[in-house]
Design a protein around this ligand. Structure first.
Ligand code: IPM
Ligand code: MG
Length: 364
């Protein structure tokens, strides 16, 4: 089959890791008889430099005309001025919002070969296999008013935490449906002891749970959840939470997997039946400190491509072949700097990509 894929490499290490994901995709295509027609578009700081817009209309058109979008990362110190009118991150937010990609799935699994790469104790890591379902198009990131002003009392600013019933229900359904394919446990994370939006969220979670009799629902306050994630993370199966809480908890959860460089993500919208248009990106961000050095870990980007194969292209077998190739690459001891032990030699981004690619062909 032939698939059109939009690639938005973005800033920092984005282009380096996206190149590896694209290389892996082409190889999967060769092994399984598909063609992936990859077209590149601009997003983020580079796009601001080129035309002043972090997500130009051509990029949106490109995404709309594709079966899925692969993204690298956006942002960097060059565009970090708090006074700036426009920021690279606005490009990513515009992309999420304009395609209505409200469900952000962030699976956290520790590969056995990496058990000593995590700073968390071995016995705590045993059995960690969870997915954070983060609401992605509402809450503090988008709701109005959102502004800054100055008056006689000085400077002031406001962001708004707002959610509608429909927004909360659809993300809860995503979480419950996912739990049905897993260990049938949903932890809904909120701050219902303080926030009105959380109290609505909690009420709706109880209502939605009635449609999924086999799934056990538990509520957890976000501060406690932050602690439980490092104290006993194996208790979690599916965590569902609002945008900002999900942003914070997923960086924390990434530590469990040994490195931020390991975690993929998918952002999905409604519609599209079994193969919805989705955005696939590593969660590690642009990592400006190592950008351009060729040492970034490409596995999160490659694993994001695997999620894309499965969720947006309906190619489950191909996704598995790619994930198996990553697993074997790690078992064989291949490491980028972020997951290497002290003193251990580490591979470049490109060499790590090649290591995975050579193992895809093996699994034919
Ligand atoms: C993420 C990132 C983004 C977010 C930034 C880059 C806007 O941190 O995907 O987690 O906050 O959503
Ligand atoms: Mg984040």
């Amino acid at each position: 089959m032939n698939f059109r894929i939009a690639a938005l490499p973005g800033d920092g290490v984005g282009p380096e890791v996206t190149a590896q994901a694209v290389k892996a995709l082409h190889n999967v295509g060769e092994c399984f008889g598909h063609t992936f027609e990859v077209q590149r578009g601009a997003i983020g700081g580079g796009a601001i430099d080129d035309g002043g817009d972090p997500f130009p209309p051509e990029s949106l058109e490109l995404c709309r005309g594709s079966a899925a979008v692969l993204l690298g990362a956006v942002g960097g110190p060059k565009w970090d001025d708090p006074q700036a009118d426009v920021r690279p991150e606005d490009g990513l937010l515009a992309l999420r919002k304009s395609l209505q990609l409200f469900a952000n799935l962030r699976p956290v699994k520790l590969h056995p070969a990496l058990i000593d790469a995590s700073p968390v104790k071995l016995e705590v890591l045993e059995g960690v296999d969870l997915v954070v379902v983060r609401e992605l198009t509402g809450g503090l990131y988008f709701a109005e008013p959102k502004k800054r002003w100055a008056d006689a009392d000085g400077r002031a600013a406001v962001d708004t935490l707002a959610y509608t019933e429909a927004e909360i229900r659809r993300i809860l359904h995503t979480a419950f449906r996912l739990a049905m394919t897993r260990r049938r446990r949903v932890t809904s994370v909120d701050k219902a002891n303080v926030l009105e939006t959380s109290r609505l969220w909690r009420e709706l979670a109880d209502e939605v749970a009635e449609d999924y009799g086999d799934v056990v629902l538990e509520h957890m306050l976000v501060d406690n959840a932050a602690m439980q994630l490092v104290r006993s993370p194996s208790q979690f199966d599916v965590i569902v939470t609002e945008n900002t809480f999900g942003d914070i908890l997923t960086d924390e959860a990434a530590v469990l997997s040994g490195s931020m460089g390991m975690l993929p993500s998918a952002s999905l919208g409604e519609g599209g039946g079994d193969t919805p248009l989705g955005l696939y990106e590593p969660i590690h961000g642009s990592a400006p400190d190592i950008a351009g050095k060729g040492i970034a870990n490409p596995l999160a980007a490659i694993l994001s491509a695997a999620m894309m194969l499965r969720l947006s292209l309906g190619l489950g077998r191909e996704a598995e072949a790619l994930e198996d190739a990553v697993a074997r690459t790690l078992e064989d001891g291949c490491r980028t700097a972020d997951i290497a032990r002290p003193g251990e030699t580490s591979l470049s981004t490109d060499a790590m990509g090649d290591a995975v690619v050579s193992r895809i062909s093996d699994s034919r």
